[in-house]
Design a binder for this molecule. Structure first.
Ligand code: IMP
Ligand code: MG
Length: 172
C-alpha cells in the first residue's frame, strides 16, 4: 500500500531557501570555519545541501538522538543513540536539524553541547512548527515556518519511509 503525498514545499522552494540560508551563514561566520552537527537521520539531506553552498571552511560531525520511536507524537524523552566523533571545544558549532516541533530535542541538545565548551553554538532548522512548541529554544536560522501538520520528505520520515522525496509533503 502506498500513501498519497500532497506537496507542501516544492523542491525548487527548498533549493532557493537553502541558497539564502547558506548566504546568511557564510556572512555571519565570515573569517571563521563552521562545524556542522548534523542530527541523524532526518537532517542528512538538508545538511549536505547546505554544506555545499556555504562558502567558508566547513567540518561536519553526526549525532543521532531518539525521541519519537515510530509514533507521530514525541514521547518527550530524548536519548543519545550515537554521540559525536570529535570534540567541539572552541569550535563554532551549528546544529542542523530537520524540524523543530515540541522543541524538546533541540533544547536537550543545546544544553548538552553547550556544556562541552564550543566557541559558539547556534541552531539551523529546515522546518519550524511554532504552534507545537512546549519548550522554549532559541533558533537562529529557520528555513520555513509550517502549520501543525505531520510532514514527510527531504529527510523527514513516517515509520522510516519517504525520506528520499525531493519535496516536503503531507500524507493524505
Ligand atoms: P521535537 O523534540 O518535538 O521538537 O521533535 C523533533 C523531532 O521530531 C524531529 O527531529 C523529527 O525527527 C520529529 N518530527 C517532528 N515533527 C515531525 C513531522 O511532522 N514529520 C516527521 N518527523 C517529525
Ligand atoms: Mg529528527
Amino acid at each position: 500500500m502506498t500513501d498519497k503525498i500532497k506537496i507542501m514545499i516544492s523542491e525548487e522552494q527548498i533549493n532557493d531557501r537553502i541558497n539564502e540560508l547558506a548566504m546568511l551563514i557564510s556572512k555571519d561566520y565570515e573569517g571563521k570555519s563552521v562545524h556542522l552537527v548534523c542530527i541523524l537521520k532526518g537532517s542528512v539531506f538538508f545538511s549536505c545541501d547546505l554544506a555545499k553552498r556555504i562558502t567558508l571552511p566547513v567540518t561536519m560531525d553526526f549525532m543521532s538522538v531518539s525521541s519519537y520511536g515510530d509514533e507521530k507524537v514525541s514521547s518527550g524523552r530524548v536519548r543519545i543513540v550515537k554521540d559525536l566523533d570529535e570534540s567541539i571545544q572552541d569550535k563554532d558549532v551549528l546544529i542542523i536539524e530537520d524540524i523543530i516541533d515540541s522543541g524538546r530535542t533541540l533544547a536537550y541538545l543545546k544544553e548538552l553541547l553547550g556544556s562541552r565548551s564550543p566557541r559558539s553554538l547556534n541552531i539551523c532548522t529546515l522546518l519550524d512548527k511554532p504552534e507545537r512548541r512546549v519548550t522554549d529554544v532559541d533558533v537562529k536560522y529557520v528555513g520555513f515556518e509550517i502549520p501543525d501538520e505531520f510532514v514527510v520528505g527531504y529527510g523527514l520520515d513516517y515509520q522510516q519511509k519517504y525520506r528520499n522525496l525531493p519535496f516536503v509533503g503531507m500524507i493524505e
